[in-house]
Write a protein that binds this ligand. Structure first.
Ligand code: PLP
Length: 439
């Protein structure tokens, strides 16, 4: 059935995720189709996708090659169990991913989402230490403002209070975040100040004892909290401190992976290699749910060869390595390769930065941050209504034909990597008009 404004679905049964349900259902925004850089809304308007859906449609919408691969796989092998059974395409996809991974991260565990990738990575880290006779290493270190999905591991490591406050949590502690507008406002690319914040890890070692700490998990560029690129030298310093104390370093690349920064992964971009890397989203261009944890070979070997049990790692999902998702993933990788999309964000980065920092003169704009094809714009909050301006800007932008995201009073943008310079212009000039009209 074709939906339009005169033929809307019943909105009551679907309890929407991360949505103000009552507000949304009172004034719904429905997307009914998509192609290339655009969605179509149910009133027929084209909406420029300034967010790659939810940071996932890196190659743009409606790619026929992915559809054909999915269709073919569905009719060849629609599903097969992955526990004690295998199917070729999961091995092929793992091999293809290992080839584009940062050096040494060539063992791949499949999941279905970013949240599952994070919980899986944390379990692998704890299992690794245990296999090496250090079973007391089970605490996790995260960072304020970190987002690692909604599993209990992810919210424990995460640092966004609304995701955590009402739930029991795993043993975890947090480093300070790196958002420092007093020193770094309007940085182009990496902020100059704040590498020393990595030393928070030393303090947590002093507080908890290295022998209790399993892993540190950070987003190389924090995404959901409003696009926070790391200060120059910060990730390098974190890597060094982890090495000193035998703590595993996990990069959560659910957003930064698959070309967002102009390299396959942020690990490549920063020249810092983690021990584990969590991914999802762009792995299938967002078309089917899938995630993968990339694991350093020695970590894998310690767990797999260090266990007396026949089954070395008691973990997995019914849909781990789902054949249809693997087919979508292989077709997606082929598009990324053929169209040079892993480097395109790098080619556009200066144009992107110029366009965004052109908004600096707007009185309500208090900070602009950018890296690769990611950007965050902070708006001064309205007195007594924090988050109000961000939400109003998101709605107004949608009405004006561009999709952006708002987290509180921060606007975030991350267009598909196929975006043209003219579309960057359209996106940013619409945002200018929208911010200028805010009260
Ligand atoms: C860095 C990061 N980790 C994990 C997740 C969770 O992914 P999912 O929503 O697929 O569970 C997200 C989602 O935005 C994310 O940005």
């Amino acid at each position: 059935m074709a939906y339009d404004r005169d033929n809307r679905p019943d909105l009551s049964a679907y309890w929407m995720p991360f949505t103000a349900n009552r507000q949304f259902k009172a004034a719904p925004r429905l997307l009914v189709s998509a192609s290339g850089m655009h969605y179509r809304a149910d009133d027929g308007r084209e909406v420029l996708d300034g967010t790659s859906g939810l940071w996932c449609v890196n190659a743009g919408h409606g790619r026929p090659e992915i559809a054909a691969a999915v269709q073919n796989q569905l009719m060849t092998l629609d599903y097969a169990p992955s526990f004690q059974m295998g199917h070729p395409i999961a091995f092929d996809f793992a091999t293809a991913l290992a080839k584009i991974a940062p050096e040494g991260l060539d063992r791949i565990f499949f999941t279905n989402s970013g949240s599952e990738s994070v919980d899986t990575a944390l379990k692998i880290a704890i299992a690794y230490h245990r296999a090496r006779g250090q079973g007391q290493r089970s605490k996790i270190v995260g960072r304020e403002k970190g987002y690692h999905g909604v599993g209990f591991g992810g919210i424990s490591a995460g640092g966004l209070v609304n995701n955590r406050r009402v739930y029991p949590l795993l043993p975890a502690d947090h480093m300070r975040h790196t958002h420092d507008p007093a020193r770094n406002a309007f940085s182009r690319g990496l902020p100059a100040h704040g590498a020393e914040l990595a030393d928070d890890l030393e303090q947590l070692v002093a507080l908890h004892g290295a022998e209790t700490l399993a892993a540190v998990v950070v987003e190389p560029v924090a995404g959901s909290a409003g696009v926070l690129p790391p200060p120059v030298g910060y990730l390098e310093r974190l890597r060094k401190i982890c090495d000193t104390h035998g703590i595993l370093l996990i990069f959560d690349e659910v957003i930064t992976g698959f070309g967002r920064l102009g390299q396959p992964f942020a690990g490549h971009y920063f020249g810092v290699t983690p021990d584990l890397m969590t991914t999802a989203k762009g792995i299938t261009n967002g078309v089917l749910p899938m995630g993968a944890v990339f694991v350093r070979r020695e970590v894998h070997d310690a767990v797999v060869n260090g266990s007396d049990a026949a089954m070395e790692f008691f973990h997995g999902y019914t849909y781990s390595g789902h054949p249809v998702s693997c087919a979508a993933g292989l077709a997606t990788l082929e598009i990324y390769r053929r169209e040079g999309l892993f480097t395109r964000a790098g080619d556009l980065a200066e144009t992107w930065a110029d366009a965004l920092h052109g908004l600096r003169d707007l009185p309500l704009v208090t900070d602009i941050r950018n890296l690769g094809l990611m950007a965050g714009i902070d708006l001064a909050p309205k007195a007594g209504a924090p988050g109000g301006r961000g939400y109003a800007a998101m709605v107004a932008a949608f009405e004006a034909g561009v999709l952006i995201r708002a987290t509180g009073d921060t606007l975030a943008m991350s267009p598909p990597l196929i975006v043209s310079e003219a579309q960057i212009d359209q996106l940013v000039s619409t945002v200018r008009t929208v911010i200028s009209a805010l009260d």
